[in-house]
Design a protein around this ligand. Sequence first.
Ligand SMILES: Nc1ncnc2c1ncn2[C@@H]1O[C@H](COP(=O)(O)OP(=O)(O)O)[C@@H](O)[C@H]1O
Ligand SMILES: O=C(O)C1=C[C@@H](OP(=O)(O)O)[C@@H](O)[C@H](O)C1
Ligand SMILES: [Mg+2]
Length: 215
Amino acid sequence: MSLKNKSQEIEPYLSGRCIYLVGMMGSGKTTVGKVISQVLSYSFCDSDSLIEQEVNGTPVSDIFQLHGEGFFRDKETQILQKLSRMHRIVVSTGGGAVTRPINWKYMHSGISVWLDVPLEALAKRISAVGTKSRPLLHSDSGDAYRNAYKRLSTLLEERSEAYANANARISLQNMAARLGHRDVTSLSPVIIAIEVLGQIENYLRDEEGTSTVTF
Ligand SMILES: Nc1ncnc2c1ncn2[C@@H]1O[C@H](COP(=O)(O)OP(=O)(O)O)[C@@H](O)[C@H]1O
Ligand SMILES: O=C(O)C1=C[C@@H](OP(=O)(O)O)[C@@H](O)[C@H](O)C1
Ligand SMILES: [Mg+2]
């Protein structure tokens, strides 16, 4: 089914609820979030960008350096609290938003989807774009891919339970296998967006029970 058809099918049942994309750095939350917002005629918000705006346009990396991670996490919680009162937004969260339980209280005002991407793909994507904008991954020396892989692996170990709180999970590994691809590099943002909408549809069915909601 096309992205447009899938979006037209589920949009009425969303009742304007926000969609929160969660996942590790590099999992495609910002990229896929933009695709989904366009096809649902939702607004798009990247929580990192909103935090930067709150701090007079200071880049995330400088916020970490000047004010520390705790300050950044407080801003992140404030932003999610504000967004929880709004409607018709696709929110691309920062990779660490899942680490604070209070943030889940706000994200559960909408529907959350975990983009679960294999570490190799994350490290490849991050090393391709560089880690300047991602202070938790930044390193000045050594092999960029290996450094990224090591750091991402530690973070994923610490966080995977938290990501599992999401209402739906998109395993790119399982998607690639199901579609007969050797690895996840063939999965475009549009194909992933269709899968996200499909998983949201499944969630809505389960949430309402098939008796009251017929797609
Ligand atoms: N499906 C995809 N296939 C290949 N590259 C992707 C895909 N989704 C995102 N990317 C790339 O990965 C990098 C991180 O994507 P981004 O959306 O910023 O992730 P996040 O917001 O989760 O950190 C970007 O360079 C982006 O172009
Ligand atoms: O994983 C994390 O703790 C972070 C992820 C970043 O967002 P992206 O996931 O969009 O890179 C950004 O919020 C900050 O650098 C912290
Ligand atoms: Mg992002």
